[in-house]
Design a protein around this ligand. Structure first.
Ligand SMILES: *Cc1c(COP(=O)(O)O)cnc(C)c1O
Length: 375
């Protein structure tokens, strides 16, 4: 079907743009020997996993369910990290994951031997205590009081026996200069342990597919760990895989007025684009300008009862009218994975747009998805 014929609301992921991102990531792998896995937390669209699996080394998970998804839908390398594992889940995790990363020495002590006995690679998440993002504490695992990773003074060397890799994840939407800074801290604090390791995982938060991303510095960072310590380098970006590669198509349901013009859309910030409120950020909207930039400005709001269910103020060349379709950009990452049915909002359909412009709806949702979550 054509893009204009898609039902709304609908997430549309652009096959060509995903592949473009994957080629950039695969280029890093080819040039450096690093392995890149998809952090499913950001993007778990299984319909795209066969394509992603052609370019990347596998998946990483934040727990059992994502680990199962990677195992069932991609079936390549399957890494996992969780702040703590549950006793009733760890055996299944060990069964389906090849790299198991622990957050603390107490977790290592509890589960390491079982993972090793199953032939799994065991890693430790470290906290290099190096914040490279300011004013962004909920996305900074090195912020004071963070629950992530073992600090240098918590290391119990006797428990590192059998641990073959170190993992850090400290970045969020950052460029490779911040990675280089972080590596300095990692070497300064944990360098003595790196010589005995086989691999290092640089985590996610690398905005590798962003236009201004400095690939040369990334390559140099990887080569530095490879040459100095003979390590296999892993990266596990989420955002970079689907950055700017998806849309949320919505329709105008009604127009309203309260000191300013308001348009009610068949979507919801809090249900379909929660990061707009949580992060927060202003999603790009095709053909629109900032408030007041074009002649007709509207506040775009959602269908729920939440007063703050507002996407933002946008301006247009023409007045909006009922039935107009609005296309929000950069809606693949951290949107589909975070949807909810608060207030009985339906979930958007999910579609793929192919290079020739043809679109295919791969999943639609209804009342059942709202009902099964409650009892
Ligand atoms: C969130 C997360 C990622 C992916 O981060 P992006 O910002 O989406 O690249 C990778 N690894 C870990 C441990 C994470 O928590």
């Amino acid at each position: 079907m054509r893009f204009e014929e898609l039902p709304t609301p609908c997430y549309v992921v652009d096959h060509e743009l995903i592949e473009r991102n994957l080629k950039i990531l695969n280029g890093v792998m080819q040039r450096t020997g690093a392995k890149i896995v998809l952090a499913q937390k950001a993007f778990s669209m299984t319909a795209m996993y066969p394509l992603i699996g052609q370019y990347l080394s596998g998946t990483t998970a934040s727990g059992l369910y994502e680990a199962r998804l990677g195992h069932e839908e991609m079936g390549k390398e399957n890494h996992v990290f969780a702040p703590a594992y549950r006793e009733d889940e760890i055996d299944r995790i060990i069964e389906i994951c090849d790299h198991i990363i622990f957050n603390s020495f107490s977790q290592l002590e509890k589960y390491k031997d079982r993972a090793l006995a199953a032939g799994r690679k065991v890693g430790l998440r470290i906290n290099p205590e190096c914040s490279t993002q300011v004013g962004h504490e909920i996305y900074d695992p090195c912020s004071p009081g963070s629950r992530f990773g073992a600090k240098r003074d918590q290391v119990r060397p006797e428990l590192l026996e059998g641990v073959t890799g170190l993992h850090f994840h400290t970045l969020c939407q950052q460029n490779s200069d911040d990675l280089a800074t972080t590596l300095d801290a990692v070497e300064e604090k944990f360098g003595e342990f790196l010589h005995g390791m086989e691999w290092i995982n640089f985590g996610g938060g690398h905005h590798i597919t962003r236009e201004d991303y400095d690939l040369e510095t990334l390559d140099a960072c990887i080569n530095r760990m490879k040459d100095k310590y003979n390590l296999q380098v892993y990266l596990e970006p989420g955002e970079a895989i689907a950055l700017n590669a998806g849309y949320l198509v919505t329709s105008v349901l009604d127009l309203h007025q309260n000191g300013l013009d308001i348009a009610i859309l068949d979507t919801s910030a809090t249900c379909h684009m929660p990061d707009v409120l949580e992060m927060p950020y202003r999603p790009p909207l095709e053909g629109s300008g900032e408030s007041g930039e074009k002649p007709y400005t509207y506040r775009l709001g959602g269908q729920t009862c939440l007063t703050g269910d507002v996407i933002g103020d946008y301006s247009f060349d023409q007045p909006l009218k009922e039935g107009d379709r609005l296309v929000f950009g950069d809606m693949a990452i951290y949107s589909m994975v975070k949807t909810n049915t608060f207030n009985g909002m339906p979930l958007p359909a999910i579609a793929i747009k192919y290079a020739d412009g043809d679109c295919k709806v791969v999943r639609e949702f209804g009342y059942e998805e709202f009902k099964v979550r409650l009892a």
